[in-house]
Design a protein around this ligand. Structure first.
Ligand SMILES: *Cc1c(COP(=O)(O)O)cnc(C)c1O
Length: 436
């Protein structure tokens, strides 16, 4: 398509004049994969259409929130109704209570929670809360995990940062991150050493239970068990960042998946986002009553938000949770996601391309490697030119994956068996051009 007729290209040129890089979140700019970002005009079900009217099967779903697909009728209806009642009041509403009750019912490790507007806010406050509740300063972060863009957490993060090869961000003073201890994901020995050295000073360990910001890497069961044991032994809090995995990998979130292998497993603090807002700005963090009572106005840990618990966002989140709580929802979603990964895997095999993939619930990842990486260093060894070729090959065939190697993918309830098989056929064509 010539640049004059490519409306994505002309929108991108216009955008670059007024918005840095033309985008409001870096990875959208296609910098890692090259080419022109698609400007979305509208979306419905499993698809979106770009500025040229081209349709794509959408496997990012707004980076996770759109678990029902786009424009689910029950969600649209709830949002339309809420909008007519007002956009924002800055005063409490029944719907916030209802959403909190619903989330706490589904994720029993929390007794109370607070609603905020983004995952970044929620993780940032979870660290402040852990520090306030324990009276300690240091905390452990695992390499390759992304916890939003607050200063203390911008240390060797994955995602956009990994893509751009920056170990950290300019503008973050070293003093601000000096208490952030970064360890290798899934490395039990390092974890034990760190607790032996700093156990008494550690406020918490913050971890993505399934790291979706370095593609898809599970915390091994022994690693997660050791995180739990060491935190308990040393009086530190275990903070699960389930912004991506929450209500996405299972109804009870990734913590319910680990509880199957580690009896009694529960984090001290849970951070949620993405799916709980159903596509609207909404996130949350929660814990036991004793921990949550440290928050203002009850306690001395300050946190606030003009738009927190927004009435339209809570309507969207509630309607979404209602749909995904229906019996059988996650079994169907998980088997659909498994069929996608299995289909891609056999298509790659048939074309002699190294491939391995994994999924949990409606979240998946794959690598052009013969076995799944266990940590960030191994993920970084993946060849990105070949991924980029695969990405663009699929994009040309109307399949939209995350425009970077270091991101998980998402299947929604709206994806049909035909969408999955069309994706697999397209992938097979591209694998053929990749060779070995
Ligand atoms: C997306 C994400 C965040 C940040 O959430 P935002 O809403 O983008 O601020 C934090 N942690 C994890 C695990 C995420 O996937």
């Amino acid at each position: 398509m010539s640049p004059n007729t490519d409306l994505n290209q002309s929108l991108f040129e216009r955008a670059k004049k007024v918005i840095p890089g033309g985008v409001n979140s870096p990875v959208r700019a296609f910098k890692a994969v090259g080419g022109t970002p698609r400007f979305v005009q509208r979306a419905q079900g499993a698809y979106f259409w770009d500025a040229n009217g081209q349709r794509y099967i959408d496997y990012i779903g707004s980076w996770g929130p759109m678990i029902l697909g786009h424009g689910h009728p029950a969600v649209v209806e709830a949002v339309q109704k809420a909008v007519l009642e007002g956009f924002s009041y800055g005063a409490p509403t029944e719907r916030e209570v209802e959403l909190a009750e619903e989330i706490l019912r589904i994720v029993p490790s929390m007794e109370m929670l607070r609603l905020v507007s983004s995952g970044t806010e929620a993780t940032m406050t979870a660290i402040r809360l852990a520090r306030g509740a324990t009276g300690r300063t240091k905390f452990i972060k695992l390499e390759g995990c992304y916890h939003g863009h607050s200063d203390a957490l911008l240390v060797k993060a994955g995602s956009g940062l990994a893509t751009f090869g920056n170990p950290t961000s300019a503008g973050v003073p070293p003093e601000v991150v000096q208490h952030t201890l970064v360890l290798e994901y899934n490395n039990i020995e390092q974890l034990e050493q760190c607790f032996a050295l700093h156990g008494k000073e550690l406020a918490c360990v913050m971890i993505e239970p399934i790291a979706g910001n370095m593609n898809f890497v599970r915390a091994s069961v022994p690693f997660m068990r050791r995180c739990r044991e060491l935190c308990t032994q040393h009086g530190a809090l275990l903070v699960l960042d389930e912004v991506m995995t929450g209500f996405r990998t299972a109804l009870g979130s990734a913590q319910s998946v680990y509880a199957k292998s580690i009896p009694g497993f529960a984090p001290d603090i849970t951070v949620l986002g993405k799916v709980i807002g159903g596509g609207m700005p909404l996130a949350a963090f929660g814990a036991s009553r004793a921990i949550m009572e440290h928050l203002a106005p009850l306690g001395s840990v300050y946190q606030a938000g003009t738009l927190s618990g927004n009435p339209v966002a809570t309507a969207c989140g509630l309607a979404t949770l209602k749909e995904i709580s229906k019996p059988g929802f996650f079994d169907a979603l998980a088997s659909k996601t498994q069929s996608l990964v299995a289909g891609l895997s056999s298509a790659a095999k048939a074309e002699g391309v190294e491939f391995c993939g994994d999924s949990e619930g409606g979240m998946f990842g794959f690598f052009l490697l013969d076995k799944l990486p266990q940590n960030y260093g191994q993920v970084m060894k993946t060849s990105s030119p070949r991924f980029n070729q695969l990405f663009h090959g699929l994009l040309d065939r109307g399949v939209y994956l995350a425009p970077a190697l270091y991101e998980a993918g998402f299947v929604s309830a709206a994806h049909s068996a035909d969408d999955i098989s069309a994706t697999v056929s397209a992938a097979r064509e591209v694998f053929r051009t990749l060779g070995k």
